[in-house]
Design a binder for this molecule. Structure first.
Ligand SMILES: *[C@@H]1O[C@H](CO)[C@@H](O)[C@H](O)[C@H]1NC(C)=O
Ligand SMILES: *[C@@H]1O[C@H](CO)[C@@H](O)[C@H](O)[C@H]1NC(C)=O
Ligand SMILES: *[C@@H]1O[C@H](CO)[C@@H](O)[C@H](O)[C@H]1NC(C)=O
Length: 261
């Protein structure tokens, strides 16, 4: 049911079957799903040796992130010249949900990219990335992919694109809004819904908390153009990268949306 356009097509293909199993008896919301989506071992950045400084740094970070992952924000990062790490949980996954996703992600990344210095893994509810350089605060244009429901929407494609564009704009505006308040931080996360020809369409955008609002918008715009053929005319699709993500479905998939039915 799910198809993909990405560098790691093969890896995704294997998981298409898992996704099919998951989605076959739904478009019903499954509240406990935290599907594995994709991962990437950044092979060109090399491997570390047992006992190396890099290993020590990585192990310490993994330990520290474990306690941080339970925080209210569902986000933590570490950035230095030779090493950076980001954990970003989905906006509705904080506290123990974020920590569970983190624990799953760390274990899977360890297994899937053993000894690689730089690696990224994506789950429904979190993203975890390690890198060999100071990469926080910047948009990552290199590591992105898109998955879409193979079921076509059919019908009036232009009308859909028009609605979709406004919907995406609305969500982006919401995500980067700065509360006129002393905190001056934007959520970099927004969920919403809109009707398309009588069907309810649910959407979500999120950027990692290390990038500024302007970069968040750029990241979302760049990827929605880059992946337009994956996103348009489908009964659900999503793109992900290291800095931002967007998803829409014709069923609710965020905890709050599910509760609201
Ligand atoms: C969803 O959550 C409800 C209550 O929180 C629970 O009773 C139900 O078993 C959960 N569904 C699944 C598929 O886990
Ligand atoms: C976009 O936002 C405007 C203003 O809040 C709203 O009237 C409109 O219905 C929204 N459209 C979509 C497609 O989300
Ligand atoms: C800022 O926002 C918070 C949360 O919405 C609210 O409780 C608080 O009163 C606001 N502060 C000001 C100065 O508006």
């Amino acid at each position: 049911m799910y198809s993909s356009s990405s560098a790691s097509k093969f890896v995704i293909l294997i998981h298409v079957f898992a996704m099919q199993l998951l989605h076959i008896n739904s478009e019903l919301p499954l509240n406990t799903t935290n599907a594995y989506l994709n991962h990437k071992c950044l092979v060109s950045k090399g491997k570390y040796k047992p006992g190396s400084e890099y290993e020590k740094q990585l192990k310490l970070t993994i330990k520290n992130f474990y306690s941080d992952s339970g925080n209210k924000e569902g986000f933590t990062l570490l950035g230095s010249d030779g090493f950076s790490a980001i954990l970003q949980c989905r906006g509705d996954s904080y506290g123990s949900k974020c920590r569970d996703c983190y624990a799953t992600a760390v274990a899977a990344l360890h297994r899937r990219c053993p000894w690689y210095k730089a690696k990224i893994i994506w789950y429904d509810q979190c993203l975890l990335s390690f890198d060999t350089k100071y990469s926080t605060g910047q948009i990552d244009y290199d590591n992105n992919f898109c998955m879409s429901n193979a079921k076509k929407l059919g019908g009036d494609k232009l009308a859909f694109i028009r609605t979709w564009n406004i919907f995406m704009d609305n969500l982006t505006t919401l995500a980067i809004r700065v509360d006129n308040n002393d905190t001056k931080t934007s959520p970099l996360y927004a969920v919403g819904e809109t009707k398309f020809k009588g069907d309810m369409m649910y959407g979500m955008v999120q950027c990692t908390k290390d990038i500024p609002e302007k970069a968040c918008e750029e990241c979302l715009v760049f990827n929605s153009i880059h992946f337009q053929f994956c996103l348009n005319d489908k009964r659900g699709a999503r793109f992900m990268c290291r800095s931002c993500t967007f998803r829409f479905e014709f069923y609710p998939f965020i905890a709050k949306q599910v509760r609201n039915i």
